[in-house]
Design a protein around this ligand. Structure first.
Ligand SMILES: CC(C)(COP(=O)(O)OP(=O)(O)OC[C@H]1O[C@@H](n2cnc3c(N)ncnc32)[C@H](O)[C@@H]1OP(=O)(O)O)[C@@H](O)C(=O)NCCC(=O)NCCS
Length: 174
């Protein structure tokens, strides 16, 4: 009797594990394409104020010019939940932008995108990843700190509305 109970408990646990793996398999990070542009712009408008939001022209430029793996989207089947863009500056990866659809936040999606970009930097031999963030963007700053970014400076009046930017950096394994 005990054994049967134990077995059925094992089965339940196995099923739960299988289920969580299945769920994770449905989500993927892939290169952005021009077909994603409309959805990316919707996420952009919902995530940034008018002066910070990237224009369609700028997104198109990044789509054309950036290396494979540097402009990526997080794709639930048939629906993009977020995007991230990485530039390259000397030996550093430079986070140009990241945003997650407001309805899809706090599921670790941005963290996954950043870890993916970190890996891309590592593959390309970049030794650091750097970014700017509004000094009052507490959530983003907490996320970057959790990932190991540290504050290395401030840019006064960096944003169009005069708000300062915090400069953060992470040293990557070589
Ligand atoms: C910032 C942003 C990209 C985070 O996306 P997300 O998918 O919700 O982030 P995650 O789920 O990976 O959460 C990352 C971390 O944020 C922090 N966080 C989450 N909710 C928070 C809250 N309400 N308050 C403070 N910190 C919070 C935590 O450190 C969290 O990690 P934890 O849950 O492991 O503790 C998203 O909020 C967004 O698109 N914001 C608008 C655009 C933006 O500000 N981009 C960054 C520009 S520099």
């Amino acid at each position: 009797m005990m054994d049967e109970e134990d077995n059925s408990w094992d089965e339940t646990e196995k099923k739960a594990k299988r289920k969580s793996l299945e769920l994770r398999k449905e989500i993927m990070i892939r290169n952005a394409t021009k077909d994603d542009l409309e959805k990316i712009l919707e996420i952009e408008r919902a995530s940034f104020n008018r002066t910070d939001a990237f224009s369609p022209t700028l997104f198109k430029k990044y789509l054309r010019e950036l290396k494979e793996g540097f402009f990526v989207v997080l794709d639930e089947p048939n629906s993009i939940v977020g995007y991230a863009i990485l530039g390259e500056e000397n030996d550093k990866g430079y986070l140009l932008s990241i945003a997650i659809h407001p309805k899809k936040r706090n599921h670790g999606f941005a963290t996954s995108l950043l870890k993916f970009l970190e890996f891309k930097c590592y593959e390309k031999g970049l030794t650091k990843m750097t970014l700017e963030v509004r000094v009052n963007n507490k959530k983003a700053i907490a996320m970057y700190k959790n990932l190991g970014f540290v504050e290395v400076g401030k840019k006064k009046g960096f944003y169009a509305d005069g708000v300062d930017a915090l400069v953060m950096e992470k040293r990557l394994p070589i």
